[in-house]
Design a protein around this ligand. Sequence first.
Ligand code: 0GY
Length: 294
Amino acid sequence: MTRIISWHQKPSVPKFNVPVGAVDAHCHVFGPQRQFPFSSKAKYIPNDAGPDKLFALRDQLGFSRNVIVQASCHGTDNSATLNAIAQSNDLARGVAVVDPDIAIDELQVLHDGGIRGVRFNFLKRLVDNAPKDKFIEVAKRIAPLGWHVVVYFEAELLEELTPFLEVLPVTIVIDHLGRPDVSQGANGPDMLVFRKLLEDHDNIWTKVSCADRLSKQGWPYDDFVEAVVPIVADFPDRVLWGTDWPHPNMQDNIPDDGKLVDILPRIAPTQNLQQKLLVSNPMRLYWPEIYSEH
Ligand code: 0GY
């Protein structure tokens, strides 16, 4: 398999200044492969995108912290993610992907390494199986650690997955709004069903991220912005945002990360909303021990 370079080689410096202490709450690291080989089940093999590159981008974009989500190409071996967190001076935390049979003492080791959640990935193009009953057991096992689950699925699966989401005894963060068709608009069927999920369950949060994957129009992502503005306005305490760098598996329309940051004031138009989206919400979830609301 050819190793893919899925990220912009010269992202711009954003025009928008993010608030002090902003967290990029969805990004990944790949490798370096010599130290951290990819999984034999990986559906794509990327070039190395290690912690040095990630932290340089963080600084360029004006962010302070990262939440590193274990990428599917590393399977359930979280070493690359843990390595990046260890090199961050406590400016990174992580979300792991685990073998569903993982024991409590192994979870504690991950906790000590900065992991605060597990990801359940239902995308068939990324993983071979997603055993719901085993995931429920994992969720019960992580609850005493104060962790949350991150769930990744596409809009057509939402109805089938809702009963599963309803039995998870922890906070749930849904990646990229459950991948709706944003071209239907803010009142289109996908966004309305997703909004209802948030209305009915106050333990469900979402990441209003991945404009580049969800928009059908491309930059400046007007269809994405229009669809997510009401979500940020109406659920301001349950939204997160991240770059998705290094944009796993993207081969066309690779986004300029600086321009992704530049849509933030359009999706969160007030300072109060920007503070919640980029600082208070991710800090409450990932660094609660050092964060207090003023
Ligand atoms: C994302 C999106 C994708 C990939 C992964 O773990 C991954 O490989 O998450 C995707 O291909 O849509 O959130 O990074």
